[in-house]
Design a protein around this ligand. Structure first.
Ligand code: ADP
Ligand code: MG
Ligand code: MG
Length: 199
């Protein structure tokens, strides 16, 4: 079972990964966006880290919802409200249980991913974070490692796609040949999840 310590570990591992990879995320966003994705997420996850340190919440759902609210309020770019909605919706779905199974987490994240699709009007194939998140939540009931691998493959598979949502879509065919920054950060977040499960 996954308890509050596990979720705190996931979010802090994610914050570390975002900080380490921020330049790469911004480079990807400079090719097909406005070169701020790394900075956006770094700002958001710094706020998440601070909010977690100042909270005595222990329920998985409360921790995810807290993180989601920080991302929504602190990140100016499109990715803040989208990732914030993902975590807040997943947190709500987990309710106030003190521990949840991987299966329950997968279901909650699926609800979160559905909310992201609804908010952004996107679907897999549009060259967005959904190209990594959707396969990841589908694979999560099998294992954390399967989810990590699916997210990584999904992010790489955005390279030949033409963007249909977000800033990159303004480039039309010129968005082809570049990996989507949001799909790349989603793969990082799912890799952090798998890493937290190993410890
Ligand atoms: P902004 O584009 O506002 O500068 P970011 O650079 O932080 O925001 O995030 C860009 C990422 O957000 C994109 O690479 C894409 O993955 C994701 N994104 C943008 N619009 C959408 C959308 N409508 N649905 C899903 N994801 C989206
Ligand atoms: Mg951007
Ligand atoms: Mg921006």
């Amino acid at each position: 079972m996954l308890d509050g310590d596990f979720f705190r570990r996931w979010l802090s591992t994610a914050a570390t990964a975002v900080d380490r990879e921020a330049d790469r995320l911004t480079d990807l966003d400079s090719a097909i966006g406005d070169a701020d994705h790394g900075a956006n997420l770094r700002r958001g996850f710094t706020a998440v880290t601070e909010a977690l340190a100042g909270s005595d919440a222990t329920a998985p759902g409360a921790l995810l919802a807290l993180a989601g609210r920080q991302l929504i309020s602190k990140v100016g770019g499109a990715s803040g409200p989208l990732y914030g909605t993902l975590l807040r919706t997943a947190g709500k779905a987990l309710g106030d249980a003190g521990e949840v199974s991987r299966e329950e987490l997968a279901q909650a994240l699926r609800a979160g991913v559905d909310a992201v699709a609804k908010l952004g009007g996107g679907a897999p194939g549009d060259k967005t974070m959904l190209d990594a998140l959707v396969p990841a939540v589908e694979a999560l009931p099998a294992s954390f490692d399967a989810a990590r691998d699916a997210a990584g493959k999904g992010a790489e598979a955005t390279i030949p796609l033409q963007a249909r949502k977000g800033r990159a879509s303004y480039l039309g065919e010129r968005s082809i040949g570049h990996q989507d920054p949001g799909a790349t950060s989603s793969a990082l977040l799912i890799a952090a999840l798998a890493e937290s499960a190993e410890n």
